[in-house]
Design a protein around this ligand. Structure first.
Ligand SMILES: [Zn+2]
Length: 80
């Protein structure tokens, strides 16, 4: 399953390839977030700027799109 090599988080990953929609102060710096189950499969996704088409593409090729740990902000994501 995918995980963050920095903090060990494997529950969710973010994609910075999709910019967030709002420029509200404090908004997360990513447009899409995915939650993973214990098998490493995406269970739910939260679009925060990404469109549904964007989310579908990311769902099909998560290794290409999810590049950031939303917990610690690291981009040191491991896929295995
Ligand atoms: Zn992390």
């Amino acid at each position: 399953m995918p995980y963050c090599a920095n903090c060990g988080n494997s529950e969710n990953l973010a994609s910075t390839l999709f910019p967030p929609s709002s420029d509200t102060a404090g908004a997360p710096p990513y447009g899409l977030l995915a939650n993973f189950d214990a098998e490493g499969c995406i269970t739910t996704m939260e679009c925060q700027g990404a469109s549904l088409d964007d989310a579908q593409m990311a769902f099909e090729e998560p290794e290409k799109y999810f590049d950031m740990c939303p917990v610690c902000g690291s981009k040191n994501i491991r896929w295995q």
